[in-house]
Design a protein around this ligand. Structure first.
Ligand code: KG4
Ligand code: ZN
Length: 333
């Protein structure tokens, strides 16, 4: 049978990415151009600059994705793009590129929710079995999602303030670590020979999360030490912070797996690259006797392959978005 090739585009934040996915699971190419270097000196993503850089990069990235796959636009069966949520100026660049290609080549166009993309990154390397519970942890999201079947998403818990990745980045900034700080905190926590104990926000009887209290607690420790002219050991701060985040995430995810009778626990999003989290979840899932599915490191952070994987499922169901949709900075699953 003839292969189905999807050309996928992701530009929701500060990564310009294009990928070619064959039959939903084979990555023929997945080109990611990160703007981290550009934004680093501002300590975070500057939306106007991100948007402009997407414009400068998108054409080249698309060509590169096709070249690396050894294919041309004529081989594509459909075009997929992140519709939202994200930075509107960034999303627009991907959406307009996707619409132009789909329109001129008369190809079906599929809009994908960014979080569905993160979740279905797992589809590229694992076989999903429902019902399952997904823990999505990224720079903009912290969600526990119950999925009774493919394409069905029920948010059972979410953050009431900061996203996990956002908290990581803010603490890293206070420790004068480069942006994005998540990987640096993770590394320090792994190396630490001690830990400054931090509080845990359990929010009893709820699957919701809160990280702003923890963030304040960490900043207080730093400020008080600095007022005394001392600098706490960064690794001890990092370890204390990470232990708190990981313990709460693991506890709530484990509880949800039991309560909902999930056949699998699925981890997704940029923070899914966190080694402490991966280790602790692996241990908990072994205790529960439930498989833990995680994307490989390079598919945790934003990339177009995950958008292609999610789009293929829609394509298979005949769920084609068409040309008549907008980039949506706020979009529910
Ligand atoms: O999913 P992603 O690439 O972008 C969003 O959709 O938000 O996630 C980026 C976030 C950043 O906050 C970054 O600091 C965090 O993921 N991150 C990590 C690690 N690697 C990336 N956080 C903790 N530990 C890591 N190893
Ligand atoms: Zn993301």
């Amino acid at each position: 049978a003839k292969s189905v090739y999807l050309l996928a585009i992701e530009t929701s934040c500060d990564e310009t990415s294009a990928a070619v996915i064959e039959n939903g699971t084979t990555i023929r190419s997945n080109v990611v151009s990160s703007q981290i270097e550009t934004h680093r000196r501002f300590g975070g993503v500057v939306p106007e600059i991100a948007s402009r850089q997407h414009v400068e990069t998108i054409t080249w990235i698309l060509q590169e994705a096709l070249d690396q796959a050894g294919l041309t636009m004529e081989d594509m069966s459909a075009v997929a793009v992140t519709q939202g949520p994200g930075l509107v100026g960034s999303l627009l660049v991907g959406v307009i590129a996707a619409k132009s290609l789909a329109c001129s080549l008369e190809l079906p166009l599929i809009g994908v929710h960014h979080i569905a993309g993160h979740i279905y990154a797992n589809q590229l390397v694992h076989k999903l079995e429902y019902p399952l519970v997904s823990l999505v942890v990224s720079g903009g999201h912290t969600e526990l999602i119950y999925m009774e079947s493919e394409g069905s998403f029920r948010i059972i818990g979410q953050t009431r303030d900061d996203a996990a990745g956002e908290a990581y980045d803010k603490i890293a900034r206070a420790l004068k670590l480069p942006y994005p700080g998540g990987p640096h905190i993770d590394r320090l926590a792994q190396e630490a020979d001690g830990e400054i104990k931090m509080p845990r926000a359990w929010l009893e009887n709820s699957y919701d999360f809160s990280f702003s209290g923890l963030k304040s607690a960490v900043l207080n420790v730093l400020n008080q030490s600095r007022m005394r002219g001392e600098e706490p050991v960064a690794a001890h701060v990092a370890k204390g912070f990470q232990s708190s985040v990981v313990e709460v995430l693991v506890e709530k995810a484990g509880r949800a797996v039991k309560e909902y009778g999930a056949k699998q626990l699925l981890l997704a999003g940029g923070v899914a690259a966190n080694r402490g989290l991966r280790e602790a979840l692996t241990k908990r899932c072994e205790e529960l006797g439930v498989p833990l599915l995680m994307p490989p490191m390079d598919l945790c952070s934003d990339n177009a392959a995950m958008i292609g994987a999610a789009a293929f499922l829609k394509w298979n169901r005949g769920d084609i978005t068409g040309l008549d949709f907008k980039a949506e900075p706020v979009l529910s699953l």
